[in-house]
Design a protein around this ligand. Structure first.
Ligand SMILES: [Zn+2]
Length: 220
């Protein structure tokens, strides 16, 4: 785990940019290998970041573009927090955050869950909503999830960002990663990040702020 100091900001920012190349390859189809996934971090970590939309995917047969920079962010936060990260890095036939039926991503995620695992599911949203960060609590949040929401809100408010809760996205659907993990008896949250907070090349100050907000809140 990297000590949380201002000195590590650029290191983490560079790691984010480098890590994203795995996902952005082939116009955000990653390796092009169908079903390929990337797992980082040690099996004893409590915190697990997921980025199921790190690459392009299909929702009910329609192409949905990747939530850009979420795969690399999950990896950078994993370096900072000593957590784990799971994201698809090849072609995805379906949408792991939409389809209710079993899919390779959910099966892999299920295999990683330990009794104390907490899943933070990272996504990207448009700037049009007028908010930077949206925390979706899913269909059945437990006390751990609620405590983490309070910590995230406090952390981001200190940095001048007020997260919205359950709007515009609550993660309530049965097919969401958050509801899936919660249905298995674990804690999970869905976090949507506006585009202007996840542009580490063009807007590095905002990107560092985003990472700091997560790191300060989730230093479990
Ligand atoms: Zn998404």
């Amino acid at each position: 785990m990297i000590p949380i100091t201002a000195d590590c900001d650029n290191l983490l920012l560079n790691h984010w940019k480098q890590a994203e190349e795995t996902y952005s390859a082939s116009l955000y189809n990653g390796s092009n290998i169908t079903g390929s996934m990337k797992l980082m971090g040690g099996s004893k970590a409590q915190l697990l970041f997921t980025a199921p939309h790190a690459v392009n995917h299909l929702r009910e047969g329609v192409l949905k573009c990747a939530d850009r920079w979420t795969g690399g962010l999950a990896e950078a936060l994993t370096i900072a927090l000593g957590s784990r990260a799971l994201a698809p890095d090849g072609r995805v036939n379906g949408d792991p955050n939409w389809n209710v039926k079993a899919c390779p991503f959910k099966q892999k995620l299920h295999s990683l869950l330990c009794p104390d695992t907490v899943v933070i599911d990272l996504h990207g949203m448009k700037n049009d909503y007028g908010i930077g960060i949206n925390i979706g609590m899913g269909s059945s949040p437990d006390s751990c999830s609620k405590t983490l929401v309070e910590r995230l809100v406090r952390s981001f408010e200190k940095l001048g960002q007020r997260p919205s809760i359950n709007w515009p996205f609550g993660g309530f659907g049965r097919g969401t990663i958050t509801s899936f993990v919660q249905s298995l008896g674990h804690s999970a949250l869905q976090i949507e990040i506006a585009a202007n907070l996840r542009q580490p090349c063009e807007l590095p100050i905002k990107a560092i702020l985003l990472m700091q907000g997560f790191i300060n809140a989730l230093h479990l």
